[in-house]
Design a protein around this ligand. Structure first.
Ligand code: HEM
Length: 455
């Protein structure tokens, strides 16, 4: 029999349960810590233990802390599938194929891929430049600009133009944008809390249902109109791709409701992520004069006074470093998967059907991987840096079969917008403003009032 001092046998190590993440209380688990300060909770879940467990109410979750394990969870599809959180998120949108696992997911991804490849994105760069220039061209020197509103408008207009080539009226773009952000704000709670709670007729649940219904109406109108008009004469946008899709299981074309589900999922995946990241990039630029000066110098050198073009993007290296560092520091709290088989991870036996998560925020802010992790330092993301970091330490767009399909679009949009801003205006945060990190499905800026000065 093993004594307390004997080295653990393999059986002994395998039988050990994962230790709880910090902040665990008897009976109530992590609920108070998670509800009170979710951002800081996830940031502190990364301990020296490669695998810890989190519990809130009936929800039990393993959390991976080790970069190699986090990488494996994303690429090993024989052991891990989409988990409870993503499924519940997708259920709110009508279970789109792009949010599924396995063969249906691959089928849909292949179909959508061409709409997000380099050629398609190159064709949209001019639209980004035009949209950005039109917006910042209307700013008045010294007058406060609500940059968060401007950015979410810009991102919604550009993403909708990519998904749905026909230019939509500004009020439709705004309608979609506002409803979608309102839904996003409630989604996190809806994926975490038990199903029964989300079905109760509370004012919050009723408001959520009304918002989703409103969104359905707008998107259904777009689908109906395109069906009536037929495919676009030149080019092929995401809506055309969806109208031409045959369901991999039924063999029939997608119904309006199925197309709507795909469309909503894409918009949800695209809008809040891109607009939140661009907001943080502009925030960091406005608060760090040294960073802003370098961005401006680069814009002057590469662009002169001309517009950003797709061909110029690779030369905007510092602009890209600012974005890479923004994506490190302002990362989402949690992604999850579910085990499809029994598996031993870091010496701990994890049964099939377990939810297992990883926190980009915790990993991207880990002091052992990033010295002075809370400092915004675009040089740490420079071309010669970061090569000694382990796989799984930096993954702003994920990796493996679910890697972000919109990565190139998002980076093109953000680089173009940031460089255009730097070439035209000097910006600072309006005096007397306190900007907080607000919590939604992504940690986003509470607001961003800027004072622009022409350059
Ligand atoms: C800065 C902006 C963005 C960030 C940081 C981001 C991040 C991510 C991450 C981390 C994932 C992987 C999720 C997982 O592994 O579970 C993902 C997936 C995805 N993203 Fe993005 N994203 C961004 C913009 C976009 C845009 C513009 C689109 C365009 C429509 C988009 C569409 C998607 C889709 C459809 C998926 C699911 C892919 C799949 O499962 O096959 N994202 N994104």
């Amino acid at each position: 029999m093993a004594t307390a001092t004997a080295p653990p046998t393999r059986l002994h190590a395998v039988a050990n349960p994962a230790p709880p993440a910090p902040g665990h209380l008897p009976l109530i688990g992590h609920a108070p810590a998670l509800l009170r300060r979710p951002l800081s909770f996830f940031e502190h879940t990364r301990t020296t233990d490669p695998l810890v467990r989190i519990g809130f109410g009936p929800v039990r979750l393993y959390l991976a802390n080790d970069p190699a394990l986090v990488h494996r969870i994303q690429v090993d599809t024989t052991t891990f599938e989409r988990g409870r959180f993503f499924e519940r998120l997708a259920a709110n949108f009508g279970n789109p194929l792009i949010a599924s696992s396995g063969a249906p997911h691959q089928h849909q991804r292949r179909l959508l891929k061409p709409a997000f490849n380099r050629r398609a994105v190159r064709d949209h760069t001019l639209a980004v430049t035009q949209e950005t220039e039109a917006r910042i061209g209307a700013w008045r020197p010294g007058a406060v600009v609500a940059a968060d509103e401007e950015i979410s408008d810009l991102v919604a207009a550009v993403v909708l133009r990519c998904l749905f080539t026909t230019q939509l009226p500004a009020h439709t773009v705004r309608d979609i944008r506002d409803t979608l952000y309102a839904i996003a704000r409630r989604l996190l709670a809806r994926t975490v809390f038990p199903d029964a709670l989300t079905r109760l007729p509370t004012p919050g649940n009723r408001r959520f249902a009304a918002q989703v219904g409103r969104f359905h109406t707008v998107v259904d109108t777009l689908i109906r109109e395109r069906r009536a008009e037929g495919p676009l004469p030149e080019g092929h946008d995401v809506l055309d791709a969806l109208l031409g899709t045959v369901h991999p299981e039924t063999g029939r074309p997608l119904s309006d409701a199925e197309i709507r589900a795909e469309f909503l999922m894409l918009l949800f995946a695209a809008l809040e992520t891109t607009s939140t990241s661009l907001n943080w990039a502009v925030f960091e630029t406005a608060t760090r004069q040294d960073v802003q000066r370098r961005l401006q110098d680069e814009a002057d050198q590469v662009l002169g006074r001309g517009p950003v073009s797709y061909a110029k993007l690779p030369e905007l290296t510092f602009t890209r470093q600012v974005l890479d560092e923004t994506l490190r520091l302002h990362a989402p709290m949690l992604f999850t998967r579910r085990t499809v088989t029994d598996v031993t991870l870091a010496g701990i036996r994890v049964p099939a059907g377990s939810e297992i998560g990883y926190s980009p925020r915790a990993m991207h802010r880990a002091a052992d991987l990033y010295p002075h992790p809370h400092t915004f330092d675009p040089d740490r993301a420079g071309p010669d840096q970061g090569t000694d970091r382990p796989r799984g330490a930096y993954f702003p767009f994920g990796t493996g079969p679910h890697r972000c399909i919109g990565e190139h679009l998002a980076l093109t949009l953000m680089t173009t917008a940031l460089a255009t801003l730097a070439s035209r205006w000097h910006v600072r945060i309006a005096p007397g403003t306190t900007i907080r990190e607000a919590n939604s499905s992504l940690p986003h800026v509470s607001h961003l009032p800027l004072i622009p000065t022409p350059r």
